[in-house]
Design a protein around this ligand. Structure first.
Ligand code: NAD
Length: 280
């Protein structure tokens, strides 16, 4: 049986560590405040926003909530971001994505002060990651690094294959693995012979957005498999991009869905919020 990488337990431990740190900071008179902005009322986004606010409350981070109507203009949203950038007491700004079609996400991301960009999406933070300088790192991939390290899985020198090249998961994941001294391959929808490429991996990270696409034909015996995908099928059961039942018997460690990568994203967001207080 493979090692089941327990994202729920690991994210819980990180949140408890942060809670303790925030208590110490409060004792020194330092408060942390995250502004959460949501435009429209997409039900999935509302759940994510609610979970982020809950995590803030648990850890002791103040949160300010801005729930704007769907018809909010880009100008209005940019004005709000400008105000939050200027507010000294706000350490972190999170604009929940996706935004309605009439608002350009890139423009909004660029408008956030990089020192308050706790999602790590601003080009300045992405660039800093690329050249190994300090900055905020996208939460899902940094959570995966924590999952590996805290599960005792060595990264240095390993063959890592990341399937998916999105700006929020695949690309920063590849850069983080490189920073940890892995040999990294990024595969994507135009990759030829994906099965052979994936089979090279000692650590295979899958972020393709296709339910159960990765079966054991893509996995080397004994590999570590990290499943970033989140899907809900017709009977409301959750699954990932990896066919868990098929892959688990051939790998040495695997993240389940739910309870693997998912809970780590919010834990790392909280980590970035705590870090933001020392980035003024
Ligand atoms: P995306 O759609 O932006 O990117 C998917 C990537 O997969 C693309 O780069 C594409 O080239 C590649 N791809 C698509 N089909 C492929 C194929 N047949 N073969 C090889 N590559 C292929 O998705 P994303 O935002 O990176 O998210 C990926 C998955 O992770 C989704 O299921 C998403 O819901 C999930 N996700 C989970 C978390 C979390 O907190 N656990 C966070 C972000 C995303």
């Amino acid at each position: 049986m493979p090692q089941i990488i327990d994202g729920k337990a690991i994210s819980g431990a990180i949140k408890d560590e942060l809670k303790e740190k925030v208590e110490e900071m409060k004792a020194e008179g330092i408060r942390i405040c995250l502004a959460v902005v949501q435009v429209g009322n997409d039900p999935a986004s509302s759940v994510y926003v609610g979970n982020k606010k809950k995590a803030c409350a648990y850890i002791g981070i103040d949160s300010l909530s801005y729930e704007l109507p769907e018809e909010t203009t880009q100008e209005e949203l940019l004005d709000l971001i400008g105000e939050l950038n200027a507010k000294k007491e706000v350490n972190g700004i999170l604009v929940q994505l996706p935004l309605p079609d009439h608002i350009d996400e890139d423009t909004v991301i660029r408008a956030i002060d990089p020192k308050k960009d706790v999602d790590g999406f601003h080009p300045q933070n992405v660039g800093a990651l690329c050249i190994g300088q300090p900055g905020f790192v996208s939460c899902t991939p940094s959570g995966i690094i924590q999952l590996l390290k805290r599960s005792g899985i060595e990264i240095a020198g390993k063959e890592c294959v990341v399937i998916g090249r999105s700006n929020i998961v695949g690309k920063p994941m590849a850069l983080l693995l490189l920073r940890e001294n892995a040999t990294v391959t990024v595969a994507h929808s135009k990759t030829k012979n994906l099965r052979e490429v994936a089979k090279r991996a000692d650590i295979l990270v899958v972020a393709v957005g296709k339910p159960k696409m990765i079966t054991r034909e893509y996995v080397k015996e004994g590999a570590v498999v990290i499943d970033v995908g989140i899907h809900r099928n017709e009977d409301k059961k959750m699954c990932g991009d990896v066919d868990y039942d098929d892959v688990a018997p051939v790998c040495s460690a695997i993240t389940p869905v739910p309870g693997g990568v998912g809970p780590m994203t919010i834990a790392m967001l909280m980590n970035n919020c705590v870090a933001s207080a020392s980035m003024k």
